[in-house]
Each structure stands twice: as C-alpha cells, then as structure tokens.
Design a protein around this ligand. Structure first.
Ligand SMILES: [Zn+2]
Length: 107
C-alpha cells in the first residue's frame, strides 16, 4: 500500500478533529467503547474517553465540547487502527471532516 508522507504523519500523530454537533457521539466509522469521563478545568463540559472496541486495537480518543462554542465537539485521536473500518455503517471520511473544520473556521 502506498502512503504519502502526509498520510504517514497524520497516522502517527494525535489528530484533533473539530465537529459541529449537538450530540456527543460522532460517527467516525469505527466502534468505540466509553471507559471514562473527567471534568475539564475551566469548562462546564466533561471530557469523555473512548477506546476502539476491536480486540487488540490500541486506538484511543477523547471527546470534549468547546467551552466557547457549545455546538463544537473536539475529538482527539491517538494511535492507528490495525484493522479496517467495520462494515455496514455510514461514516464521515477524515477528508470530509477536515472540510467541515475549514467551513467552521471561515464562519
Ligand atoms: Zn481500531
């Protein structure tokens, strides 16, 4: 499989995705199991911790709501999935999410 240096970088570094959403669960194509919740200093919204529900996969993410904009969810991913996306679900591809970020910024 060919990978550009840019893809390689985004796969190893924690990536942060901003999504405008009123619900705390963002469908990113993978299945997640919530394992913790922590209050965030200076924010009325807690941060939720998830890990990939695929056995053996070490990917984690945490999701928090922006204290400045209640409609903005900030998702931070750590790690790289060692498996394919589970089939049978619609998902927003990373590139689509990045486009959404740009739209948010331009508003
Ligand atoms: Zn995974």
């Amino acid at each position: 499989m060919e990978q550009s240096p840019v893809d390689w970088f985004t796969n190893v570094a924690p990536s942060v995705v901003h999504t405008q959403s009123l619900v705390d669960v963002v469908n990113d194509g993978y299945r997640w199991r919530k394992y913790g919740q922590k209050s965030v200093k200076g924010s009325p919204y807690p941060r939720s911790y998830y890990r990939c529900s695929s056995s053996g996969c070490a990917v984690n993410k945490h999701v928090e709501r922006s204290s400045r904009d209640a409609k903005l969810l900030i998702t931070t991913y750590k790690g790289k999935h060692d498996h394919d996306m589970p089939p049978g679900r619609t998902f927003a591809h990373k590139k689509t999410l990045n486009l959404e970020i740009d739209e948010v910024k331009n508003k």
